[in-house]
Design a binder for this molecule. Sequence first.
Ligand SMILES: [Fe+2]
Length: 192
Amino acid sequence: MAETGTLHDAFIDELRDTYDAEKQLTKALPKLAKASSNPKLRQAFESHLEETQGQIERLDQVFESLGEKARGKHCEGIAGIIEEGKSIMEEDFDDTTMDACLIAAGQRSEHYEMAAYGTLVAWAEAMGHTEAAKLLQQTLDEEKAADKKLSGLAEGGINQGAADAARAEEDEEPEAVVAGGTRKSASKSGRR
Ligand SMILES: [Fe+2]
């Protein structure tokens, strides 16, 4: 009979999954940066790319502190999130709407990572891996800060800019003929 896995095994497995997720993100973040129109947003993705490289090194240290070889295991979850981000980038949106969508895509990956690191910190603490817990907590804090920065950009103007662009677009729509023959503006009334 196969030996039963322990929390330690699950922990190493999660670390490998996260190691691979970070590596996938180092390839995806430059694409998000390139697709951004807002310079602050581009800067946010670029600086998170640098942070991500540091997070990979930190995971190397975590593996080392546990006497384990650093290696990844394909992370299907982040692959799916990156795939969704790619299809958003293929859409034909105005610049500000695209920025709002890039933030949404970026935040999906931040939240995925926050969940992963939150678990890793808790498990490391439960098993008494103090050094690993400390390193993982540093990354968790960085992920939270990156997420907050994206929220700040979205709420600090990008979402409103995209909403304004949508309204301007609505106002430009030609008058539509509605049932009954009366002409009515295609833009929805009573919304402003
Ligand atoms: Fe990360």
